[in-house]
Design a protein around this ligand. Structure first.
Ligand SMILES: [Zn+2]
Length: 137
């Protein structure tokens, strides 16, 4: 029996805290498409994992909730593990229009993150209503 099937509750966002020696602060398993399957597979993807170190970081849980509600990073990591930064136009599509907005964004890995853009908040709200509406909101 997996830890998820043993402890996760259907209809909830389940946060599991784990201990690790790695630098992994947290993760939220999910799909890049097929979001309609979340309801069918609940509670197996209704989980967020945060490490003990992640609990000390002010942004980890908020960042993982952003992923849980469909947000991506404002950059991609290529097949070689290198960060490829979005260009100005790509950042603008997610509401990031300045280097300050990039720096303080919860979906960045910055130490001074403190906000989502209005576009990201709208995306999360739409996603919750459309694909995570089986969770009591
Ligand atoms: Zn992330």
């Amino acid at each position: 029996m997996s830890i998820i099937s043993k402890y996760a509750n259907q209809g909830s966002i389940n946060v599991f805290i784990f201990k690790t020696e790695s630098n992994l602060l947290g993760f939220a398993p999910g799909f890049t498409s097929g979001w309609q399957d979340y309801k069918i597979l609940s509670p197996f993807y209704d989980v967020i994992f945060v490490s003990l170190e992640g609990l000390k970081d002010h942004n980890t849980l908020t960042h993982e909730l952003g992923h849980w509600f469909s947000l991506d990073h404002p950059f991609i990591i290529d097949e070689r593990g290198q960060i490829v930064y979005f260009n100005k136009e790509e950042l603008s599509e997610i509401g990031i229009n300045s280097s300050k907005e990039y720096c303080i964004n919860h979906m960045n890995y910055s130490c001074c993150s403190s906000t989502f853009t209005d576009v990201q908040l709208h995306q999360q709200h739409w996603f919750a209503k459309t694909y995570r509406n089986y969770i009591a909101l």
